[in-house]
Design a protein around this ligand. Structure first.
Ligand SMILES: Cc1cc2nc3c(=O)[nH]c(=O)nc-3n(C[C@H](O)[C@H](O)[C@H](O)COP(=O)(O)OP(=O)(O)OC[C@H]3O[C@@H](n4cnc5c(N)ncnc54)[C@H](O)[C@@H]3O)c2cc1C
Length: 287
């Protein structure tokens, strides 16, 4: 069945208006951003919202990328292409360029949003690993006001996030610090496909020592898309091939990949180790 069930449609013109509409239609309403995940699910009737609240009218309000104090703020309505083309974001964090180049294809990237990607909560989402590696904070707005959630606690399970049915994700905030390098490595079966496995690395190096490490992993069953044991192993060490290989091994140990059409579990675990190692090497070279 490729035809969605009947639904009401409303177009929000501001964040308060979107929240009011969500309140009015109740928990069976869903917001639609790029629609690249939600609309196919509706066509297959895997999702049957009673009302769609279109938030594309909020692209001005929620579509900014800017450095604010010691954080990079990225609005939830920023499209993949806008993030890929943002010199501000990609100069500070080349991990965005690495990842966005290999997310889907230009048609999806022109429309799909950062917020929609995170709120979809797909266990193979590339940006979930990127923002986990960056230790970003999600800013969520609801009827009670604005609250923040560390991205590492944002995903609560497959397709489940910390955003309540009457709330909106409005922004991601990424801490900016001197001496930080970042990189993303992905293996996909063909160009534009979802990852078989992918790893992001963020390293802050001071005086030849790693003072903070961030490792994000996707499609390999890493809890909360990160690898805290491998990060702890790296902190306080000198960057180097041996340390990065060991961190990759530790990161893979913390994963629980499932066999599927993209490959067997052992292969994905191997990729988790190797891609983590490669991302760390490139991140160190960029710090
Ligand atoms: C062919 C194809 C290939 C793809 N390949 C990849 C890939 O390689 N890697 C990858 O990571 N992704 C991939 N994607 C997914 C793509 O990145 C989508 O754009 C993304 O998953 C959803 O973004 P969206 O803006 O389209 O969200 P939508 O489909 O509009 O929404 C997705 C979900 O998030 C909710 N939502 C959206 N915005 C908000 C908000 N601000 N606050 C609260 N809830 C919100 C919606 O209600 C819905 O439940 C692919 C998609 C397609 C169609």
């Amino acid at each position: 069945m490729q035809v969605p069930a009947t639904f009401a449609y409303e177009r929000a013109d501001s964040v308060p208006h979107a929240l009011e509409l969500l309140e009015r239609y109740g928990p069976e309403a869903r917001v639609v951003a790029g629609g690249h995940s939600l609309i196919p699910m509706m066509k297959l009737r895997l999702a049957q919202p009673e009302a769609l609240i279109d938030i594309n009218g909020l692209a001005g309000e929620l579509g900014r990328i800017a450095v604010e104090g010691d954080e990079l703020a990225i609005g939830a309505m920023v499209r993949h292409t806008e993030l890929l083309e943002s010199v501000t974001a990609t100069d500070l964090f080349p991990i965005f360029r690495d990842a966005e180049r290999v997310i889907a294809d230009p048609i999806v990237r022109n429309r799909g949003t950062v917020g929609g990607s995170l709120c979809q909560g797909d266990p193979s989402e590339d940006l979930a690993a990127v923002f986990a590696a960056l230790r970003a904070t999600a800013v969520v707005q609801g009827p009670g006001g604005v609250r923040t959630v560390p991205v590492r606690r944002f995903h609560q399970g497959p397709y489940e996030t910390a955003v309540a049915p009457n709330e909106l994700l409005i922004q991601l905030r990424v801490p900016v610090a001197a001496g930080t390098g970042s990189a993303y490595e992905k293996v996909e079966r063909r160009a534009g496909d979802w990852p078989v496995a992918a790893a992001g690395a963020v390293l802050r190096i001071e005086g030849g020592t790693i003072v903070q490490a961030g490792i994000g992993l996707t499609a390999v069953g890493a809890p909360h898309f990160c690898a805290p044991e491998a990060e702890t192993y790296l902190e306080g060490r000198e960057p180097g091939e041996e340390a990065f290989a060991e961190a990759g091994r530790i990161a893979a140990e913390g994963c629980a990949p499932h066999a599927d059409q993209r490959g067997p579990a052992d292969y994905k675990r191997h990729l988790a180790a190797e891609l983590t190692r490669r991302a760390l090497v490139r991140a160190a070279g960029r710090s």
